[in-house]
Ligand binder design. Structure first.
Ligand code: TPP
Ligand code: MG
Length: 319
């Protein structure tokens, strides 16, 4: 059984992602965030469970919906908010914004605005790990839409024939923009796709952080034993539209209702309350602390300078 401390750590990460996304949506509405912003609301258990099973030296590669991955791998909230607000103190000095945060110090090879773009880069990193014999693994995050991209098949096959230490984490949120999974695949669970390449492939409840964690521990062990890759098809659901300006009117009432309770925070709290392991006061304490840290990060970002026009021009000239 998971310990109280471990469950509290998981809840802290889940809640940090929830608050980060919720507050950033408000900042977006205030005009402080430019461009696209794809919230990870409802999908928090995947990044949290996967990253909790990885070591500090292990790697991840992310997607256009990548804030949760950054946070779960240990990114600094202040630098994240600063990046999203386009400030000089951000991870990419405000040049990348929401879809391009990378943090090599925490093993995060970065988000990617190209759907499926992270998959072959992740396999390249796994090949590098394998050649250098470092014992690391990489978790490659991508969603159902990306799994219909040819590069997924090519990458999975290469990883398979070379037994690479890559965990393919398919975040099946059941939509690619507004296209439901039933319209883009005969097999809406998707894990059958790995079997065709003789890759260990599992259906996973992507909203239960303990399940995701337990599966990732197994996947990482297989990878480190030279039996990779592994495909984890984590079923989840977006708690809203594709991005901040999409009201998601095409989402089905039944599923929204089901996933309003079968969702990461609620399920984690159930684990915490089971057997009297944690109290409401424990949860409240974590939530207050997270909310305060987020407000500090927002203050830091707001008071940070925007990059200067001169700096932009100098970079363009250099390149
Ligand atoms: C190569 C490419 N094609 C199209 C787009 C436009 N686009 C952005 S997100 C998206 C849907 C991606 O769906 P999925 O992979 O399921 O990711 P999710 O948004 O569900 O996390 C599309 C088509 C893009 N960014 N890159
Ligand atoms: Mg999707």
């Amino acid at each position: 059984m998971a310990s109280k401390e471990f469950l509290q750590d998981l809840y802290r990460t889940l809640y940090t992602i929830r608050v980060f996304e919720t507050r950033c949506i408000q900042l977006y509405r205030q005009g402080l965030i430019k461009g696209y912003f794809h919230p990870y609301l409802g999908e928090e258990a995947i990044a949290t469970g996967v990253c909790a099973a990885l070591g500090k030296d292990d790697l991840i590669i992310s997607t256009h919906r990548g804030h949760g991955h950054c946070i779960a791998k240990g990114a600094d909230l202040k630098r994240m908010v600063a990046e999203v607000l386009g400030r000089e103190t951000g991870y990419c000095h405000g040049r990348g914004g929401s879809m391009h945060i990378a943090d090599l110090d925490t093993g995060n090879l970065g988000a990617n605005g190209i759907v499926g773009g992270g998959i072959p880069i992740g396999v390249g990193a796994a090949l590098s790990i394998s050649l250098r014999e470092t014992g690391q693994v990489i978790a490659i995050f991508f969603s159902d839409g990306a799994s219909n991209n040819g590069v997924f098949a090519e990458s999975l096959n290469l990883a398979a024939i070379w037994n690479l230490p890559a965990i393919f984490v398919l975040e099946n949120n059941q939509y690619a923009v507004s296209t439901p999974i039933e319209e883009s695949s005969r097999d809406p669970d998707l894990f059958g796709r790995g079997k065709g390449y003789k890759v260990e492939s599992w259906p996973v409840d992507g909203n239960d952080v303990l399940v995701v964690h337990e599966r990732t521990v197994k996947a990482a062990a297989l990878c480190r034993a030279g039996k990779g890759p592994v495909l984890m098809c984590c079923k989840t659901y977006r708690q809203g539209g594709h991005h901040v300006n999409d009201p998601g009117l095409y989402m089905t009432k039944e599923r929204l209702e089901y996933y309003s309770t079968h969702e990461p925070l609620t399920l984690c709290k159930e684990h915490m309350y089971r057997g009297g392991l944690c109290s409401e006061a424990d949860i409240e304490r974590i939530e207050k602390d997270v909310e305060q840290r987020m407000e500090e990060a927002i203050e830091y970002a707001k008071s940070s300078p925007e990059p200067s026009v001169e700096a932009f021009l100098a970079e363009v000239e250099q390149n």
